[in-house]
Design a protein around this ligand. Structure first.
Ligand SMILES: [Mn+2]
Length: 338
């Protein structure tokens, strides 16, 4: 593997020709995203797969084998395979992720690949994935939005049905990463891109219903039981809640397939920060941090995690009490955003 780092950081720079130069010379192509995939990284994989297919290039989306039911309304010709160690692709395209720390077992895909492309909108972390084509631009609200703008030349030439499909995917990526235009990243760019998507004929209300409101009764029970664990610390400054593995087993659900529980507590008044603890394996807690006033990225990065300044994630090992003590300690030390 021989990678040069091309740092293309200019908003509105079209990467179509650089991208298709890699695609054309690749004998096989994989698309992938970060561990605990979400409606940005995964759905943008769907969109980019369609864009390539429309130009005659076959590709495979490589997952961790997670449940993709919540995206069923966007999966028509989608070609997906769960990762296994024998997989080998000429070109691997990584979306919504730029760090080996967030790619899990699929790092072997990158090690074997002849070429790698990284398209992302997260802050560059340690263990940065070297790439032959890299576009990491924090100014985009989602990686779907980044594709929409930075591959505009290609997207404009697609037939209307494919272009509409891509627009649907990009809109869902924005719904996901903005939590329905309510997160702090909601800005003029987000509305401008959404207006372009509306002009392509997307039905915003239908996509909202299909993506954000299609909860199963079991999912709501899981959310409700998780909400019942809310505890406040330091005079109500920090809100903690959790879902342990036993709850997922009792309800027979795959929580990684569900919408983040944190969206149900964001907006509670008077808080400095929220920490949600989800036990994915016994004693292994995936922790989501949210704050409007403290630097969550710095707290997460201290433990090998990452994300954005107001919304970050990390993983810690231990009992619930142990990991909550670590996070409470770090939140008390956290720097203010200013
Ligand atoms: Mn994203």
């Amino acid at each position: 593997m021989n990678h040069n780092d091309h740092d293309i950081q200019l908003m509105n720079k079209d990467i179509s020709s650089d991208f298709f130069a890699l695609v054309k010379e690749a004998e096989s192509i994989a698309l992938t995203t970060h561990i605990h995939s979400d409606g940005d990284g995964m759905v943008t994989c769907f969109a980019l797969q369609e864009i390539m297919k429309a130009s005659g290039f076959d590709s495979t989306i490589v997952t961790d084998g997670e449940e993709l039911d919540r995206y069923a309304f966007l999966m028509r010709y989608t070609k997906v395979q769960a990762f296994h160690e024998d997989m080998d692709f000429g070109l691997v395209i990584v979306l919504d992720c730029n760090s080996y720390d967030r790619i899990g077992n699929r790092h072997t895909l990158l090690d074997k690949a002849r070429k790698v492309a990284v398209l992302d909108h997260h802050m560059i972390e340690h263990n940065h994935i070297p790439a032959d084509l890299q576009l990491v631009d924090y100014s985009y609200p989602s990686v779907g939005a980044l594709i929409w703008r930075s591959m505009r030349e290609t997207i404009q030439k697609l037939n209307p049905a494919v272009r509409k499909y891509v627009a649907d995917c990009v809109y869902v990526s924005i719904l996901n990463d903005s939590n329905n235009f309510s997160n702090a990243n909601t800005n003029a760019t987000m509305f401008e891109i959404s207006a372009e998507l509306a002009q392509e004929g997307i039905k915003a209300h239908e996509l909202h219903m299909a993506y954000l409101q299609n909860h199963s009764a079991k999912e709501m029970l899981y959310v409700g039981r998780s909400l019942s664990t809310i505890r406040l610390f330091e005079d109500g400054k920090y809100l903690f809640l959790h879902s342990d593995k036993a709850l997922a087993e009792e309800l027979d659900v795959d929580p990684s397939a569900y919408m983040s529980v944190t969206r149900w507590v964001q907006g509670i008044s008077g808080l400095s920060a929220i920490a949600y603890f989800r036990e994915d394996e016994p004693g292994m807690w995936k922790i989501s941090l949210r704050s409007l006033i403290l630097d969550m990225h710095e707290v997460a990065a201290r433990h090998g995690g990452g994300g954005h300044r107001q919304a970050s994630g990390l993983t810690l090992m231990g009992s619930l009490q142990e990991v909550q003590e670590v996070i409470l300690h770090d939140l008390k030390q956290a720097n203010s955003l200013s």
